[in-house]
Design a protein. Structure first.
Length: 119
């Protein structure tokens, strides 16, 4: 059994300027997965940098309010919602609330630097 506590996952500033904690990735010992999973946070008023991945990505919003941009589309997002981001789409998310916007990022195939372009 593998149980991870988010508070022990290293906090980094991702290439798109979100605060990120990588939770799971394929090269973890004792697990066999083909995706990566991260916990992301954006402070009030912040927006991630426009970027594109060659992988598909899913955001699961669990705290806060935001505005999601994918290519030419935009939509309000809130807790309990899931956003599918197709491969090669230009994406960014803005925190429109007064508290942290927190969401999970699931990338399949797993995230790697070579597959991300910051615009």
């Amino acid at each position: 059994m593998l149980i991870k506590d988010i508070k022990y996952c290293q906090e980094i500033i991702a290439n798109d300027n979100t605060i990120l904690r990588e939770i799971l990735k394929p090269d973890e010992p004792r697990i066999n997965i083909r995706y990566s999973l991260a916990h992301a946070t954006l402070k009030p008023g912040q927006i991630s940098l426009p970027h594109r991945l060659t992988s598909s990505e899913v955001y699961y919003i669990f705290e806060g309010q935001g505005l999601m941009f994918i290519d030419t589309e935009k939509s309000v997002v809130s807790p309990g919602q899931l956003v599918y981001i197709p491969p090669n789409s230009i994406q960014r998310i803005k925190n429109t609330g007064n508290s942290d916007l927190k969401f999970l990022c699931i990338v399949d195939p797993p995230w790697c630097a070579e597959n991300e372009e910051i615009l």
